[in-house]
Design a protein around this ligand. Structure first.
Ligand code: NAP
Ligand code: F7E
Length: 336
């Protein structure tokens, strides 16, 4: 095995042998990066998406001709059974979720149904249709919440602080349970915050880079944020999707923390992003309590020792490179 522990060999030339992956959440940030990554590895990629009244293919526009789209919803088990019957994938990556923590406080039941129970619906569908499918669950550092240990690793106890975090704990444990109960190849990636120019505008990193770019270009004159003291372990989404795939290639399924191993405050993020545009962030950022959360996750910092040892995974993009990439992309987008 080389420096990257990729486990199984993935054929890339004979089209009959091309492995097929189903990605739920294909229209999301991670879905788009994972689809690109798997296409690059010679996969046949099927993306599951839910019905919506308008097309939201912004993140997958450039690869639409290379992937197959299938309609299904985490709230509807039968729809996923049908997708699995129609496409018979070898691997399923469950990236779909109601993923915004703030929204989870106002829509706790929907978040539980989608982000939590949706995982069981999908695992049951796999168990019924094709139980040898290899499964990846998108678990989250939000499960650590009010942290019991610094840094956090695979053995750190969970203490979620939002309905989203609670739902992800459920999704994580049902994945472990189906692995243990039915011998399914089901892995759980406990990913810390990962960002990119494709990050939703409501998340704080993108809100900051978009806001700074608007101010620089004279399109806005202030940016309203919530808790500036929160600390996160932020990495680049494009690096993190590779770890998802590596987990699925292992002979044995498992749980893996994926992170940078460094933490920065929202305040530091602001200083860096505005500074890259020669702006003094303190002149433009206003604290607005409407963005405070009923319960906050104050500090996250991960320990990726297991992922490094077993998968050979390390991030390739530094925190500063990530912030620069996002700032430059927002400036370019707003200028065009
Ligand atoms: P995202 O951009 O919010 O994408 C979420 C995806 O889920 C979208 O494609 C969305 O579809 C889809 N979705 C929502 N409800 C659905 C439903 N009922 N049925 C089918 N699809 C549904 O999230 P992301 O940042 O790519 O994150 C991917 C996964 O990793 C999520 O599970 C998230 O909770 C988890 N995670 C993310 C991070 C992070 O820092 N990004 C860290 C740890 C874990 P629409 O386009 O139709 O809304
Ligand atoms: O908040 C603070 C906020 O919404 C980060 C999701 O991908 O990562 C993400 O969850 C921090 C929090 O991400 C604003 O209070 C201050 O402390 O960008 P966020 P998140 O809640 O960490 C995890 C790993 C996931 O799994 C989730 O799916 O920033 N903050 N001011 C703000 N946050 C937002 N959104 N907006 C503000 O104005």
């Amino acid at each position: 095995m080389g420096p990257e522990n990729l486990g199984r060999d993935v054929p890339t030339t004979d089209t009959d042998l091309m492995p097929k992956a189903l990605i739920t959440g294909i229209t999301g940030q991670d879905g788009s990066y994972l689809a690109e990554f798997l296409l690059g590895r010679g996969y046949d990629v099927v993306g599951m998406l839910r019905r919506s009244s308008t097309v939201n293919f912004e993140r997958i526009d450039h690869i639409q001709d290379e992937i197959t789209l299938a309609q299904g919803d985490l709230l509807d088990g039968a729809s996923m059974i049908q997708v699995l019957r129609d496409h018979e994938p070898d691997e399923v990556y469950n990236l779909a979720a109601q993923s915004f923590v703030q929204t989870s406080f106002g829509q706790a039941v929907l978040t539980g149904e989608t982000t939590g129970l949706g995982v069981t619906r999908l695992l049951d569908a796999i168990r019924m249709v094709k139980p040898d499918i290899r499964f990846y669950q998108a678990s989250s550092s939000e499960m650590f919440g009010k942290v019991n240990q610094v840094p956090q690793d695979e053995d750190t106890p969970f203490h979620p602080r939002s309905p989203y975090g609670v739902a992800k704990v459920y999704g994580h444990w049902i994945t472990v349970n189906y692995r243990e109960s039915y011998d399914m190849h089901a892995s759980s990636g406990i990913l810390f915050n990962h960002e990119s120019p494709r990050r939703g505008l409501e998340f704080v990193t993108r809100k900051i880079t978009d806001g700074a770019a608007r101010i620089k270009l004279g399109l806005a004159d202030e940016l309203r944020l919530g808790n500036l003291d929160a600390q996160r372990d932020w990495g680049f989404a494009g690096d993190y999707v590779k770890a998802m795939w590596q987990m699925v290639q292992q002979d044995e399924p498992g749980d893996f923390v994926i992170c940078m191993g460094e933490t920065h405050s929202v305040r530091e993020f602001c200083k860096l992003a505005f500074g890259m545009l020669d702006l003094d962030w303190e002149q433009y950022v206003t604290v607005d309590p409407q963005f405070y959360r009923p319960a906050e996750v104050d500090l996250l910092i991960g320990d990726r020792s297991k992922a490094e040892k077993v998968l050979g995974w390390t991030p390739e993009t530094s925190f500063e490179e990530l912030v620069r990439m996002m700032v430059e992309a927002d400036v370019k987008r707003l200028q065009s």
